[in-house]
Design a protein around this ligand. Sequence first.
Ligand SMILES: [Zn+2]
Ligand SMILES: [Zn+2]
Length: 284
Amino acid sequence: MPLLYYWRPDNHQHDLDFGVGFHLNQGTPRLHDIEVGDNLWAFTRRRDRTFALAMQLVVRAKTHNRAGFRYGPYRLWGDLQHSRYFLLDGQPPLDPILRALSLQVRARSIGQAFQGHAAVRRITAADDELLHAHARGLLSEPRARLIPEERFEALAVAGDHDAVERLLFAEGPGLAAERRSYLYETTVSRARQHTQALRERYGDRCQLCAWCGLDRYQRPLCEAHHLQWLSRGGEDTLDNLVLLCPNHHRAVHAADAVLDFQGLAFVFDPQRREVLREPGHLAG
Ligand SMILES: [Zn+2]
Ligand SMILES: [Zn+2]
């Protein structure tokens, strides 16, 4: 069941400025009607009032957020290889395609038709095809590029300001200036402190498997991992962090595994979920 989503221009802009999330939160359970592998198409309104296609999220996981999360309980995560953000400028207007879809929304009332929970609409396989055909010729949004998050986390914990600076600025990742400054100025100084706080709280035990570097090698070896990547708009706060052994940390990044707060499990793929043995600060 593919979905169509109206992305308010201010929220779309916010996502580009703070690090493209490749995920979507909503308050409506309709968001989870989609199957893993299906498309969620997001469109938005441009400054000239025409509509344009903003994103194709090829769904790789459906999860629940923590209780009381401000953007709603439901979340979709996009596959990083196949999902795309589209450049809005220079794109032919989406308006004729929207009128041709099975939703039967009149052109003048598109904005109102997608208000509130109706921002997420089910579409048919034929609609999905139409959007595919339209998307084929579109250019990608240059800011929708990710930095190598795992390397960034490691350099930040090591306190290597020079290397972090090279990663964020010299290599030209698709991050807005404000976000780069935030990552450079606050993350590096707090990363070690956060890691130490988690190691102390959990006695250097992996929250997934309880492996402990201290017991075995007499040195702390578990690592702090950002549940929502910093380069994808995640916050540099303890409630966005989990303590993992090096093996689990590698596996989580390699699989882009995400935490489902319903059941407190990492989703490696639809068949492989691993429940946190020690949910600790993430529970409740
Ligand atoms: Zn582990
Ligand atoms: Zn990590």
